[in-house]
Write a protein that binds this ligand. Structure first.
Ligand SMILES: *Cc1c(COP(=O)(O)O)cnc(C)c1O
Length: 370
């Protein structure tokens, strides 16, 4: 019997190829490939409407968007952030010459614990960079209160928070000074590679748009050491088309999550994250915590699934604070980050994507149940 193809933790959702061909034809006809062409403008507008946010600046990827968001607000010195994230969160600080200061996380949401922030503030602190981990919104009110008290900026790494709204219909992406999205292939909404900054006003957007184009403000004037962060017409055209499908994709993901919750509810030693109240979800990840009451250790379960061709991932192990360029920071000491370390030791992200079949999901569930 031929080995069945591996099941990855996610599989990018793509529209039918033939529906993309007219977009490509238009790009070929116009010879406009980048530099704020027609698809770039259309996608920025359509995305702002879809997300319910005032201003969008498209980027080549989420990491350059994070780097530019910090630069646009002239953030320097120290920034308080979470160790429980993808490494790009802290890397974006380093690219701006900023020292990351890690705060421990909340055991329920796995987001930065607002109660841990204040003690880390020094005269060098200029901002807080929280992450809406797995799409669970941070305690945005508590974070904003601290930011107001100490005159700090807040830049949200919202790479997981595509489309998330509060009960009143407002976007979670309008909190803080700026929010940053990623449209990487592995994210809930993809443009192959891509990213965006959400800004509250036209002035902030304009500065960001200059910075993503080398700092040019007109043909002959460069006002800052900007970067090349512009999204191409290819990616923008795909994004425009993907917007038509993402709603359905999120619904399918919700069904996958519902089945996991139903079938894994009573597995001893295995716990699932609480579903956040008062917000819509995008079901971008399905993490489970393999606790001491589970028959085998997390890494044994990880290996059992991998051996069966199910390529689960341990997001976020190792913690950012454990990587060599961060581990010697005073705030990276493991005894100061006990909750983050426990989560990193226990977490396992299970496959979740629109095309995951029930049969494949049942295999995952059966393997977990041993
Ligand atoms: C994916 C991700 C990024 C980086 O986005 P790219 O588009 O891959 O550069 C940053 N932060 C978090 C939390 C992410 O998950």
């Amino acid at each position: 019997m031929p080995a069945s193809p591996p099941i990855y933790v996610t599989q990018p959702d793509l529209p039918p190829l033939e529906t993309f061909l007219p977009y490509l034809q238009q790009i070929w006809d116009s010879r406009a490939l980048t530099n704020g062409g027609s698809f770039h403008r259309q996608f920025e507008q359509a995305l702002a409407e879809y997300l319910g946010v005032p201003h969008v600046s498209l980027f080549t990827n989420g990491t350059l968007a994070l780097v530019t968001a910090l630069q646009s607000l002239r953030i320097a010195g120290e920034v308080i952030t979470t160790p429980y994230s993808f490494v790009a969160t802290a890397h974006s600080l380093m690219w701006n010459g900023i020292k990351p200061v890690f705060a421990d996380i909340d055991p329920v949401t796995l987001n930065i614990d607002p109660a841990k922030i204040e003690a880390l503030i020094t005269p060098q602190t200029t901002a807080i960079m929280p992450v809406h981990c797995y799409g669970t919104p941070c305690d945005v009110d508590a974070i904003q209160r601290i930011a107001d008290d100490y005159n700090l900026k807040v830049i949200y790494d919202a790479a997981h928070a595509f489309g998330i709204r509060r009960q009143d219909g407002g976007s979670v992406l309008t909190h803080g000074d700026l929010s940053v999205l990623s449209f990487h292939a592995t994210k809930v909404f993809n443009t192959f590679e891509g990213g965006a900054i959400i800004s509250p006003d036209a002035r902030s957007k304009q500065r960001i748009d200059h910075l993503k184009n080398f700092g040019f403000v007109n043909e002959t004037t460069v006002v800052a050491t900007g970067i090349n962060g512009k999204m191409s017409e290819f990616n923008a055209a795909l994004g425009l088309l993907q917007l038509q499908h993402v709603g359905r994709a999120i619904e399918r993901r919700a069904e996958v999550e519902r089945r996991y919750r139903e079938h894994l509810a009573d597995v001893p030693g295995l716990s699932m994250l609480q579903e956040p109240a008062g917000v819509t979800r995008n079901h971008s990840y399905f993490p489970v915590m393999v606790g001491p009451g589970f028959p085998v250790a997390r890494d044994a379960l990880y290996q059992r699934l991998r051996d069966a061709g199910i390529l689960v991932r341990r997001y976020f192990y190792p913690l950012i604070s454990e990587f060599s360029m961060y581990r010697s920071l005073p705030s990276a000491r493991p005894d100061l980050l006990p909750v983050a370390h426990e989560a990193a030791r226990q977490v396992l992200c299970l496959p979740i994507y629109p095309a995951l079949t029930q049969a494949d999901q049942d295999r995952v569930i059966d393997l977990i149940k041993g």
